[in-house]
Design a protein around this ligand. Structure first.
Ligand code: PD2
Ligand code: ZN
Length: 286
């Protein structure tokens, strides 16, 4: 048996790790103490991460927050410049941990952007949002764009894009809602909101029957406005530029503002903005 396999994470060790964190010791010094007393570095790091995650989850639920769920997540542990999206290499332009926000470069080619717009344009209607009090759909003054939904896998281009997204963020294609295309003219915007469904709204249980909560969003920019139209994350003062072919991904492990995933589409000041949005659910979306 190797040394690593013999090292047991006992309840006493867990408690000690939590106490160190509570006393304000930073992770590096806790790891240093563990190494000094004979712990293998990787085992110590894994033990610490798992223990603190479990502890924080317990605290969150105790304070009345909804429990957390697994979320889509690109593999960025070794800070790759590019990720393999199957039929295309996609650039990782920016990554933030809390909230989890990743900006991708070149998710779609210019031609794919144009093709998607051409397929969507004849089917546009004033955008609706899910009415959380009933579970139906309604026109919302906070969302002045026009949009349409493709069925999942509706055509070859949509299938290609869906497969790319699934691979990039390691989340099953079948958990995705249909790709939505939105068009914003000058002056239009999507006011800041959360993409998850508010558990307190009476219509939410009906919505959740189709695949559980939303846990991640990919917004792909298909056409650039001249000015304005960025995707904003007000809680962290972040604005993502709506550069054609690029995309912003973010995830939210519980339906709660503590995720800091409040976000909006800033008003388009000049020109037109087109995007495609893929919302991802916990389970198969039906
Ligand atoms: O158009 C955007 O940038 C935007 C902003 C906020 C899109 C969405 N939300 C969305 O589709 O959920
Ligand atoms: Zn949104």
């Amino acid at each position: 048996m190797t040394k690593t396999q013999t090292q047991q994470i006992t309840p006493e060790l867990r408690q000690w790790i939590v106490e160190q964190a509570q006393a304000g010791h930073d992770p590096e010094s806790v790891l240093g103490s563990m190494r000094a007393s004979g712990w293998d570095e990787d085992v110590a790091a894994d033990a610490m991460e798992a223990t603190l995650r479990e502890y924080l989850e317990h605290q969150a639920v105790e304070q009345g927050l909804p429990p957390s769920a697994p979320v889509p997540d690109p593999r960025l542990d070794d800070s790759p410049l590019y990720l393999d999206a199957g039929d295309r290499r996609v650039c990782v332009l920016q990554a933030m941990y809390s909230p989890r926000v990743v900006v991708f470069g070149g998710l779609l080619s210019d031609q794919e952007c144009d093709e998607l717009i051409a397929l969507a344009r004849p089917r546009l209607a004033r955008s609706l949002t899910v009415a959380t009090h009933t579970g139906g759909e309604e026109i919302n003054a906070d969302r002045t764009s026009h949009g349409m939904f493709f069925q999942r896998g509706e055509n070859e281009l949509v299938r290609r894009i869906e497969s790319r997204i699934a691979r990039l963020v390691n989340w099953p294609e079948e958990n995705g809602e249909g790709l939505q295309v939105l068009h914003y003219g000058p002056g239009t915007e999507y006011k800041p909101h959360y993409d998850y469904f508010d558990p307190k709204e009476p219509g939410t249980p009906t919505i959740l029957k189709r695949g559980g909560q939303r846990v991640g969003t990919m917004v792909i920019y298909l056409a650039e406005p001249g000015k304005g139209g960025g995707t904003t994350f007000p809680d962290v003062h972040l604005e993502v530029a709506p550069k054609r072919g690029n995309a912003v991904f973010f995830s939210y492990e519980r339906p709660h503002p503590s995720t800091r995933t409040l976000h909006g589409g800033a008003p388009v000041l000049e020109g037109e903005k087109w995007i495609a949005t893929k919302w991802m659910r916990e389970r198969r979306f039906v």
